[in-house]
Design a protein around this ligand. Sequence first.
Ligand SMILES: Cc1ncc(COP(=O)(O)O)c(C=O)c1O
Length: 453
Amino acid sequence: MNDIARPNQFSADVAVGQAALDAFWMPFTANRQYKSQPRLLARAEGMHYYTPEGRKLIDSAAGLWCVNAGHCRKPIVDAIAQAAGTLDFAPTFQMGHPLAFQLAETLVALAGKPFTQVFYTNSGSEAVDTALKMALAYHRARGEGQRTRLIGRERGYNGVGFGGMSTGGIVGNRKTFSGQMLPAVDHLPHTHDLAKNAFSRGQPAHGADRADELERLIALHDASTIAAVIVEPVAGSTGVLVPPVGYLQRLREITAKHGILLIFDEVITGFGRLGKPFGWQKLGVTPDLYTTAKGINSGTVPMGAVFAREGIYDALMQGPPTAMEFFHGYTYSAHPLACAAAIATQKLYADEGLLERASELEGYWADAVHSLRDARNVIDIRNIGLMGAVELASRDGAPGARAFEAHLKGFFEDDILLRVTGDIVALSPPLIVSKAQIDEIIGKLRTVLSKVD
Ligand SMILES: Cc1ncc(COP(=O)(O)O)c(C=O)c1O
């Protein structure tokens, strides 16, 4: 057993020795590969990360789709520091603290009608499981407790709780646990259709009819057994799958017709990624519940929130007023630091117009991303708001290897943080990105791709 820290190639003050590397079981990471070739980020500011030895990397991924306001913004940092010294923790079970209510009012106002309540969680996965439980509780409260089935979508990512994993549609996340998925779940087909939609700018033209598969599932299971349909408005984690024109509208029509709740998983699309505060506002389709996290406080303190349409909370306000109405919550729901960070973040978004900025930049961004059409191995490019995807042909027998090599080269050779999923480079810069920085990101990506065979 090696318990003597062996300094790695990075500077001594942020040294991470072998024992430390071994001790951290890293999430969604090829642990052995990473630990043979560590990629450390020690500091961040604005659009950039800095490695321990001081190399400056441009962040093309807003960390992990979350740092929408840019890194280490002073108003947010100050608010967190102040909260930590004022109210380190307060329970929100049968108690409350002012920041939690103030933030709720701000968020509900940002959503606008018909959304009237928010419920706090600490992550996107918790937000998804909360929304699914709300759907079940809502139907039960209205005397339709037999509505228990949940419909997700292939290639959907709804986090890693048992609910989100079950409704999600990523085989790698599911196969290990396949015997213990939620029992009553079915899936819509995904909307990715390279043959018809490759290199679409914005919403692709073909594929609205894939929503009609919901009618087939309803015919199979009967609408009276189905509680909710959950989809990401734009599937992010499986590579920015933009909904075909008319697709979400069709899902809305069918769910409304059959009394099924429509849940949007807006963990990525929430808070300005598409050029409006929320994705549903940009795409013109109003769900019944939607989940958020990440951008709620620009990724600074773990937090998520579920937004509920009017009538859902009210349906549960039954029984004696002293009885709890919804047996659900987390110790850290509405943690004071997370709330303080979110209030400061929302003010910063408003002061700097960041929630609309993706709309202003969308055309420039689309031109820039699509300029990579002739880059090496590229088979598709997609974009919406400030999201983009560059899909590469997979190597025979080694799916994901080509894009992963791009990730490594980006980090070690070209000073860019690139997020890859399968053989797709998924781009989502902080919303403060300038046009010159967009050019820089695309230029670096082109260089990286030219080096990956
Ligand atoms: C759409 C969507 N839902 C849920 C999640 C899970 O969020 P978390 O990792 O905060 O649990 C993610 C994370 O990327 C996501 O993209």
